[in-house]
Design a protein around this ligand. Sequence first.
Ligand SMILES: Cc1cc2nc3c(=O)[nH]c(=O)nc-3n(C[C@H](O)[C@H](O)[C@H](O)COP(=O)(O)OP(=O)(O)OC[C@H]3O[C@@H](n4cnc5c(N)ncnc54)[C@H](O)[C@@H]3O)c2cc1C
Length: 394
Amino acid sequence: MGQSQTAIEQSTGSPLTILSEDERMFRASVREFSEGELRPRVAQMDESAKLDPAILKQCFDLGLMGIETPEEYGGAAATFFTAILAVEELSRVDASVGVLVDVQNTLVNNALVRWGTPDQKQNYLTKLASNSVGAYALSEAGSGSDAFALQTRAVDKGDHYLINGQKLWITNGNEADIFVLFANANPEAGYRGITAFIIEKSSPGFSIGKKENKLGIRASSTVELILEDCQVPKENVLGELGKGYKISIETLNEGRIGIGAQMIGIATGAFESALAYTRERQQFGKTINQFQAVQFQLAEMATDLEAARLMVYNAARLKDAGLDFVKEAAMAKLFSSRVAERIASKAIELFGGYGYVKDYPVEKYWRDSKIGAIYEGTSNMQLQTIAKLIIGGK
Ligand SMILES: Cc1cc2nc3c(=O)[nH]c(=O)nc-3n(C[C@H](O)[C@H](O)[C@H](O)COP(=O)(O)OP(=O)(O)OC[C@H]3O[C@@H](n4cnc5c(N)ncnc54)[C@H](O)[C@@H]3O)c2cc1C
């Protein structure tokens, strides 16, 4: 108790939740934006299922769309953990903006930083850090968990590829200008034909289809992409031909930590709402937080949240340290999505009838939490990854 910040930082084995000066300042600036600009717009964005363009612009202005991007491309050259803090803080107020920033940083920018050619980086990373939204297009109607069964095909036409197929469930699709899209360029080779392409919205043969009307994260657009003889220049192949499967596995391994961050943000928002409400609401002549049954529920929520946050932060810090993180990332996503759902559900109960209506924020946290068990690999897929890694191969 009473240990100074510096003393804590200097001690060996720095506690996971202790932030560096830079991290603290960054988190404070994201919180200021979330509370001041985002919170007043959340209900309307949820109701209309539309992202406010002013929020999008501010995400760029604040540097939230190129957190890890090197400075030479206009990014903030910060750590992966910093991106995780941004997703957590934004999701504490609105998980739709959380996933906007998450997909941009942990999937799209990440793929370009790791596999982009110098020209691709110069062109696309610069745009993505300053004014262009990115989307990541792997899933199709018939291939979700079994992602490598994708049916979108790319045919070599000399100086360009012709791509045909449809993508489904693509986050940021309505706002995006730049798509990292996976298609099979050599179906005979099975998954070893899968190739990643960088596709611009203006490409001939590319169009946006139906927008989904969702349970939660409603202000985040989720759309179908239609590719009909879509022309993509050869220089827009991302990474090696036939190595798209590797790009998708590796980006999603990191992306999962981002979803974990989204989930602990939702859980924090719901928990804080419940804490404040139970402090005010009176029944039987006292505030309801004076009943031990309510106190114990709050204590359970706080403990769940602490555990989930430690798992997400640890996975992110392992990644930044260049250590193995795949098992920890899968565990963090699995656990934090369960925790977010549990905490948001309990928050509704603690609000009583008021929790069930849209005048209060907790029903939205619950709706938003559900996606954590589905995208970037369902909970069963996380369990499969964890099981494989703990049991080991022959
Ligand atoms: C809001 C939203 C946003 C999304 N954003 C994107 C995006 O930006 N880009 C993108 O590419 N995709 C995106 N997705 C797609 C998402 O990743 C898939 O929905 C997800 O991977 C699950 O695939 P599926 O829907 O086809 O379900 P299925 O794969 O059909 O799974 C149905 C059920 O079967 C279970 N199951 C399947 N196979 C197995 C197995 N082998 N063992 C045990 N259980 C199994 C699953 O766990 C699940 O419970 C998004 C989805 C949503 C809903």
